[in-house]
Design a protein around this ligand. Structure first.
Ligand SMILES: [Zn+2]
Length: 143
């Protein structure tokens, strides 16, 4: 089943309150303070999903903090985990239009993630995964 961060929050982080009513400072999509998870209200639905997943991962790893830029390596590590949580390689392939003319925004929409998450996922593919994608697309588009 596809990962659903709202369900995950409800089932596994029931002691946390999710506050989506505030606009957070520029550049901050979400943060955890005490037992409240803040998700910026200006985000679109896909960004809210990935941001909630990001904040839940902070809680699990014990690295929740408000000044998100203070640990860029941890942010990157979490973003990679979040991208893997949402994007399955075969679903990515299915989202790439025929002929290979890929429009990142459309692929991200198809996968119901924001473009940052898609970019993170693509940038962190292994050589084997890239090869797999290329072969599969080649087979599909040039049968
Ligand atoms: Zn973070």
């Amino acid at each position: 089943m596809d990962y659903n961060p709202w369900r995950d929050a409800r089932d596994n982080f029931a002691d946390y309150l999710i506050d989506r009513s505030r606009e957070l400072p520029a550049g901050l999509k979400g943060c955890v303070k005490g037992k409240t998870i803040y998700i910026c209200r200006t985000l679109n639905q896909f960004s809210r999903r990935t941001t909630l997943s990001h904040e839940l991962t902070h809680i699990v790893r014990g690295t929740n903090h408000v000044l998100y830029l203070s640990q860029p390596r941890e942010e990157l590590a979490i973003d990679k985990l979040v991208a893997r949580q949402f994007i399955h390689i075969d679903k990515f392939i299915a989202a790439v239009p025929f002929g290979g003319k890929s429009v990142p925004a459309a692929i991200a929409d198809d996968l119901q993630v924001d473009q940052h998450t898609l970019r993170t996922w693509v940038h962190n593919l292994t050589d084997r995964e890239r090869e797999y994608i290329e072969i599969r697309l080649q087979e599909r588009d040039h049968p």
